[in-house]
Design a protein around this ligand. Structure first.
Ligand code: SAM
Length: 458
């Protein structure tokens, strides 16, 4: 739409462009189409657009995907879009919501989604955090941002733009700045240039696994005062820092901006006390008890052989719920020998040879989520919920399912758990019904036993 067309449209719906809402509307239709093409829309795609405004990008998406969800904070614009797209309501859903607080969890039911938006300048960072932080269903994103923010996201070491934002984004996404546009492409004209970035998830194995919370903590501390030596910012004594600097192969006088992403991940792992880091990386040699059809121990054998020969063995699953009754689900690490990348119980694992079920459940909770179960107190205490016979669905495991609330904040490490979050039970039910392939089969067996009667507080 031309500048004149946009002006007329806005005055017709009583909108005076708001700076606070970052309302700079695209007026170059060919450029809008070019941005949409970067998303590579496919007929089966579900696409979410943030801040559709007057529909400059949305118009080029209609008819090119299965479903388009438009999230617009300005009520008058949301109403305009609803009217404008009234004849394609089977394809387009307009949501008059704030993208910073938008609950993205229901989107998992749709499968991987694509994200696009010419984001409002002032709130682009919290919007990106909400949509792009793991766990997220986003599989590709094309975003237009203030040029200076885009440059920080793709920045390389030893440059002024390099810092926490770029490291956080690059630790999870492959980021590319594909084009920069001047103010003349917008009405009203912004004071600065804008850039378009394309994001795709980091490929499995591209980076060493790490704990995202620890990584955020060390990069926050490292960049707290850019000009200070890293040793000071990380509050390390000379001996500890010199040892770490030697391992990283950096100078003892290094500053935060000199370290690459890979080196920051190494710092994060070196300073981490997550219990997963004490476990051997290769678990194929672990010894399990092999049991008979009555769950009686008959012999011991290595993990790899037990799985390969489908011998019966023992495992635990733990369902952690929060006060609202939501269930914590973990996404399995891509390093797992079975069901890598699938969604699973809050915590799950095999019994070591000679270990009992309850001890294994408490050990797994600590190793995977770094938490302890709440001491038994009424219904929220640690308790056994169900016993499931060994069968094909459980991978020939006798499973005991426990439920609990936990003490402390859950902290996962990528070596065992890719990411996790609490999900409402009705959403888990819907997600399993629509996309059972997203879940480890053992979890589905456990959820069915757990979810016999929908909870009252849903
Ligand atoms: N996509 C349109 C275009 O390219 O012409 C409009 C882009 S304009 C830069 C940003 C849009 O985001 C505006 O329509 C504004 O109302 C909307 N917006 C601002 N803050 C928002 C938020 N927190 N959540 C959702 N939309 C928001």
């Amino acid at each position: 739409m031309s500048e004149g067309g946009i002006r007329k449209l806005l005055s017709g719906i009583d909108v005076v462009p708001s700076r606070q809402l970052g309302q700079n509307f695209l007026i170059d239709d060919a450029f809008s189409k070019w941005i949409v093409d970067q998303l590579d829309p496919q007929p089966e795609d579900v696409i979410v657009e943030i801040g559709p405004g007057t529909g400059a990008l949305s118009r080029h998406l209609i008819g090119r995907c299965r479903k388009l969800i438009l999230i617009e904070k300005d009520q008058r614009l949301a109403e305009y879009l609803r009217e404008e797209f009234a004849d394609v309501t089977d394809q387009v859903e307009v949501r008059n919501e704030d993208a910073i607080e938008f609950d993205k969890r229901p989107l998992f039911v749709e499968g991987p989604i694509k994200l696009i938006g010419n984001l409002p300048y002032s709130t682009a960072t919290p919007i990106m955090r909400n949509f792009l932080e793991q766990p997220t269903p986003v599989s590709r994103a094309v975003l237009m941002l203030q040029k200076e923010v885009a440059e920080r996201i793709v920045a390389v070491p030893s440059t002024k733009a390099y810092g926490k934002l770029g490291l956080r984004m690059q630790s999870e996404w492959d980021v590319e700045l594909v084009k920069t546009a001047g103010p003349e492409l917008f009405y009203p004209r912004p004071k600065v240039d804008s850039s378009i970035i394309v994001l795709t998830p980091q490929l499995p194995g591209a980076l060493v696994h790490f704990c995202k919370r620890k990584f955020d903590d060390v990069t926050n501390r490292g960049f707290a005062q850019r000009r200070k030596l890293l040793k000071k910012n990380l509050s390390l004594n000379s001996e500890a820092w010199n040892k770490l600097a030697a391992e990283l192969e950096v100078s003892e006088t290094a500053r935060a901006e000199e370290l690459t992403l890979e080196q920051w991940i190494e710092v994060s792992n070196e300073l981490d006390d997550h219990p997963v880091l004490d476990l051997p990386e290769d678990s194929s040699g672990e010894i399990f008890d092999v049991v008979d059809e009555n769950d009686e121990v008959v012999k011991q054998a290595p993990r790899a052989e037990v799985h390969e020969k489908d011998w019966r063995h023992r495992a635990v699953h733990i369902f952690v719920q929060n006060k609202a009754g939501d269930l914590y689900l973990q996404q399995r690490s891509d390093l797992k020998d079975r069901h890598a990348g699938q969604w699973d119980s809050s915590s799950a694992g095999h019994l070591d040879a000679g270990e009992d079920y309850e001890a294994a459940a408490k050990r797994e909770l600590f190793e995977e989520l770094m938490v302890s179960p709440k001491a038994a107190e009424g219904e929220s205490g640690f308790c056994e919920l169900a016993r499931i016979e060994a069968c094909e669905e459980t991978g020939w495991e006798f499973v005991r399912l426990y439920s609990c609330q936990v003490v402390g904040k859950i902290r996962t490490h990528g070596r065992e758990v890719a990411c996790g979050a609490y999900f409402p039970l009705r959403l888990v039910r819907e997600w399993i019904a629509k996309r059972p392939e997203d879940f480890a089969p053992g979890f589905i067996a456990c959820f069915r036993r757990f979810d016999i009667e929908p909870s009252e507080n849903e």
